[in-house]
Write a protein that binds this ligand. Structure first.
Ligand code: DX5
Ligand code: ZN
Length: 216
């Protein structure tokens, strides 16, 4: 079982002062930042592009966990790799060469993740489990922070954790959307080890206490 890890989502940070939001994450003693990249097509929202990662990269030691919510992620692997992404997660739902894209990410020395929306069955990515470092089980429909956790995804997390054990694999199981102390613990009980928290992290008045509670 991998040690639990919390990755704050920068989408919930201060978009007028992103560096200061990264500093808050580093001061909390965390290692990962979750970067939500949106194209206004796969998801009904826009966020930021490679140039933002390029600007943030030199001043940050955080692990850039980059979540591509794009219809054509295969066209953007090089730009995000050059910009400083360290993990790149792509969605299974759009139609593009998933396996070749995962191999491309790995060929650049990055970690590779595959993401599923709440209504996408685990079976859709079973054939890719041996190719990834991370499986992202979305616990909201992607596009916005501050949404409510979709409880039915817990069963999918249990399936992924069972397959990981049965296949002797060691990919991370990451959950993303509506994660707080209560839902985060439920996900960990189901087998998740990597929690993305945007709103709950950045709104927490006492971040040290929040981290003790959510990673207990
Ligand atoms: C949603 C993003 C999530 C979101 C999480 O499309 O992928 O990472 O920012 O935000 P909260 O934790 O506020 O639900
Ligand atoms: Zn995300």
């Amino acid at each position: 079982m991998l040690p639990p890890l919390l990755a704050p989502s920068l989408l919930a940070g201060d978009h007028g002062a992103l560096r200061s939001s990264l500093a808050i994450v580093e001061q909390a003693g965390l290692a990962w930042i979750h970067l939500d990249i949106m194209d206004g097509h796969f998801v009904p929202n826009l966020s930021f592009g490679p140039q933002t990662l390029t600007a943030l990269r030199p001043d940050s030691r955080l692990f850039f966990d980059t979540h591509l919510m794009l219809s054509e992620p295969h066209r953007y692997i090089e730009p995000f790799a050059k910009a400083g992404a360290e993990n790149i997660t792509i969605h299974i739902e759009p139609d593009y060469p998933h396996l070749a894209t995962l191999h491309h990410i790995k060929s650049l020395g990055l970690q590779a993740g595959i993401a599923l929306n709440p209504d996408t069955p685990a079976d859709s990515i079973r054939h890719l489990l041996g190719e990834v470092d991370l499986v992202l089980a979305m616990t909201v429909f992607p596009g916005f922070g501050g949404q409510s956790f979709i409880t039915s995804v817990l069963e999918k997390i249990q399936i992924l954790a069972r397959w990981r054990a049965e296949l002797g694999l060691s990919f991370r199981i990451e959950v993303d959307g509506g994660i707080n102390i209560e839902t985060g613990l439920a996900c960990r009980r189901a087998g998740a080890d990597t929690l993305v928290a945007g709103t709950s992290f950045f709104k927490a008045a006492d971040k040290a206490q929040f981290l003790r509670d959510i990673l207990a």
